[in-house]
Design a protein around this ligand. Structure first.
Ligand SMILES: C[S@@+](CC[C@H](N)C(=O)[O-])C[C@H]1O[C@@H](n2cnc3c(N)ncnc32)[C@H](O)[C@@H]1O
Length: 446
């Protein structure tokens, strides 16, 4: 057998380049060109001349990070976050949230026009709410350094698994921001602090919940110290994934509410590990817009795909429409059922289905739905979009957290005879490179 060894490719060309940023792409990376080669750069703004340190050089592209700004854009601001540029949580503190939303939207519009070959997409106003204090859930990284016997409490560093110590966070909801100082101060006082590997924290409509993940049992004394360090919060221990032990008797289930016009707000209970939309205010606007665009009526039969714990399903069912929610995680299907029952919605059912496998023969798998909503994860809905088109709904509402997979799936729907009737972006994660998209497809009338 002949083995062919390739000499490890040496980095070609210079390690630093001076570049002029032309625009942002849909992931808020700056696009610049060097001798005709495209360069993707973190940390720049359109129009700026920047000195870039390259971290990847390929025949087709370079990647790098801004080291020095030689000619700053008027949009550049002094980051309010002291760990901007180091913390992996946010990428865009060097530009105001409103300006970055405009730039992100332009980049997404350009991507979609190019991919879908439609120049005049029917853009609607962007949905956004407050730019700080918006995260209602977060995972807090904990690292115990044996050599120094010190704990690092914070978030993962940019493009790294290392934990960056963070004492305050601008985007964390004020209800849960305290978790950083509480853990920082209390962990060194515990008998077995190093068995704690990370924590999750939720702001459930103003009530803080902390889930402490530990790889060995904690002593009763350690549990008590943690609880007393923040008595207003409800605490759980989680020795095994999904085996939550509340540390207080009568701990109420975490839940959030969704306001609906003309009726009592919905209340959705969830557990650690369930998907919930991170930004409560934008989620409220997003659900309202979905209801406006789909305009459900009592005569409608609606399919809600990737339904999670019923965030959209329950709001749609509250209009009187018959709703079936499909979800791939059995625990969330159960939660969605319980939520429908607790909110008195008998016209809302749920089933467990892996939507990325060929859809099963089932009573629901028939062209009986006038309207279909889908809200997949970042992978989009490969295969599922073909199944959706086969069911021939009059309207499809696609909620996407990844413009690239949305473009791919939208192409399938356009090829099957749908058109985009409305499209808009939603700033679910200000100061980050993410942007969500909502699009309403309907059938092309001849
Ligand atoms: C972005 S979340 C949306 C959840 C819900 N619509 C909401 O607004 O809270 C995507 C959901 O898709 C589910 N999911 C991911 N892959 C799936 C698959 N192959 N089949 C079914 N559901 C899937 C996830 O478990 C998650 O609940």
């Amino acid at each position: 057998m002949v083995s062919i060894y390739k000499a490890k490719a040496k980095a070609q060309g210079p390690q630093h380049l001076t570049l002029t940023v032309e625009r942002w792409d849909h992931e808020a990376q700056s696009i610049a060109y060097h001798d005709g080669k495209i360069c993707f750069v973190q940390g720049g703004l359109p129009g700026e001349t920047v000195k870039v340190k390259l971290n990847e050089q390929k025949p087709q592209y370079n990647k790098g990070k801004v080291q020095t700004v030689l000619n700053a854009s008027p949009l550049r601001i002094q980051p309010a976050c002291p760990v901007a540029g180091q913390c992996g949580g946010c990428q865009l503190h060097y530009v105001g949230a409103q300006d970055s939303l405009t730039l992100k939207q332009q980049a997404v519009a350009q991507l979609l026009s190019h991919q879908l070959k439609i120049t005049d997409l029917p853009w609607q106003p962007a949905l956004s709410a407050g730019n700080t204090g918006y995260r209602r859930k977060a995972r807090i990284g904990i690292w115990y350094e044996k050599s120094t016997k010190q704990f690092q409490v914070g978030f993962r560093k940019e493009q790294s698994h290392e934990v960056l110590a963070v004492s305050e966070c601008l985007v964390l909801s004020p209800v849960i921001a305290k978790v950083l100082s509480v853990l920082h101060d209390t962990l060194p006082k515990l008998k077995h602090g190093p068995v704690i590997t990370h924590a999750e924290v939720f702001d459930a409509d103003g009530q803080a919940y902390v889930i402490v993940r530990h790889i060995k049992e904690l002593t009763a004394g350690d549990v008590e110290l943690l609880r007393q360090s923040w008595p207003e919060a409800y605490w759980y221990g989680e020795a095994e994934p999904e085996q939550l032990t509340p540390w207080q008797a009568n701990t109420p289930e975490p839940s959030y509410s969704l306001a609906l016009s003309g009726r009592e707000p919905l209340r959705l209970a969830f557990k650690a590990g369930d998907f919930i939309q991170v930004n409560a205010a934008v989620n409220q606007l997003m659900v309202e817009q979905a209801l406006q665009w789909l305009a459900p009526t009592v005569d409608d039969n609606i399919l809600d795909l990737y339904c999670g714990i019923g965030n959209f399903s329950l709001a749609l069912a509250a209009s009187g429409a018959k709703v079936l929610g499909l979800e791939g995680v059995p625990a969330m299907v159960k939660r969605a059922r319980d939520n429908a029952k607790a909110n008195g919605l008998a016209n809302c059912e749920f089933a467990h289905v892996d939507l990325h496998l060929p859809w099963p023969k089932a009573a629901w798998n028939k062209p009986d739905f006038q309207k279909i909503l889908l809200d997949p994860a970042r992978a989009g809905a490969p295969g599922a979009v073909d199944e959706i088109a086969r069911l021939k709904p009059a309207q499809i509402l696609y909620v996407s957290c990844n413009p690239t997979t949305f473009a791919r799936d939208a192409k399938v729907l356009l090829a099957k005879g749908y058109r985009i009737a409305k499209i808009g972006v939603m700033d679910m994660f200000p100061y980050t490179s993410h942007l969500e998209v909502m699009a309403l497809f309907d059938t092309v009338r001849q």
